[in-house]
Design a protein around this ligand. Sequence first.
Ligand code: HPA
Ligand code: ZN
Length: 335
Amino acid sequence: MKKFIENLPKAELHLHIEGSFEPELMFKIAQRNQISIPYKSVEEIEEAYKFNCLQDFLDIYYQGAGVLTTEQDFYDLTYSYLQKCAQQNVRHTEIMFDPQTHTERGIAFETVINGISKACEDAEENLKVSSLLIMSYLRHLSEKEAFKTLEQSLPFKDKIAAVGLDSSEKGNPPSKFKNVYEASVKEGYIPVAHAGEEGPAQYVWEALDILGIKRIDHGNNALDDETLVNEIIKRDIALTVCPLSNTALQVIDDLHNHPLKKMMDLGLKVTVNSDDPAYFGGQVNKNYIEIQQALNLSKAELYQLAKNSFQYSLLNDTKKQQYLTELEVYYNTNK
Ligand code: HPA
Ligand code: ZN
């Protein structure tokens, strides 16, 4: 099973680039920029990465991202993640980035987007990993701030496929961002959003009906509402599920109780993703391996998960079909 998963062609659809920031690279960049971080060793970092909830994690995640300063820093961060994709047979990835985490500190939008997108271009060429970018608005900030970010992004529109919504969910419902999503869609961005990770099923309804999202990040709490589940299935909208994130943030107490298989059995289109791999104990393959073991998933179910990852990506149909064919050949020779 482990080998089957490792070699399985797959896409990752839920990944925060700032959450892929491994301690070693963080130390290196902090030193390069002469910025001090509150950890002396990798061991101290590991001790700090024990979270009780989303907010605990976010406080540390924003602090870590605070050492990223130059275009080269964003390039190195992104290229390092894309190298891990290549090693894991992640053939395509949709990378979220949080411009406001950086522009609030005085880093230019241009520095962030140029570093990230240059790494994506080089990886497509050198590593044969394709990628699309999702610009995420921080939901703890105001809609006005999000509008400012939308404005800043417009000169770089050709580099960005979609808009997302992340950060502290409770108390920051999707409806708070109704107008900026409407404006983002008018500019050609595809709307997605985190919903139902810590927030209630009602937030998933809002993300669907008010923001018009095409994909739900997490979505776990949608299961509390049967009508909502049926609506998600009817609209053919996928959930980007993140098993190790869910246990790290105590959204789920134990992987054995993870609802991923139940979601699949209900007919929901589910994908497996790492979310913030440097903080939650594993890259995407580890997420596949651990959830397979916890829920005793079959090869056919793993194939379905990988198939969903391409099918519900934001790629055009031609590209999707190429990857789906590659996956089908793999499955038929390894099942
Ligand atoms: N949830 C919300 N916001 C985030 C996350 C997450 O899992 N990771 C990075 N920002
Ligand atoms: Zn996330």
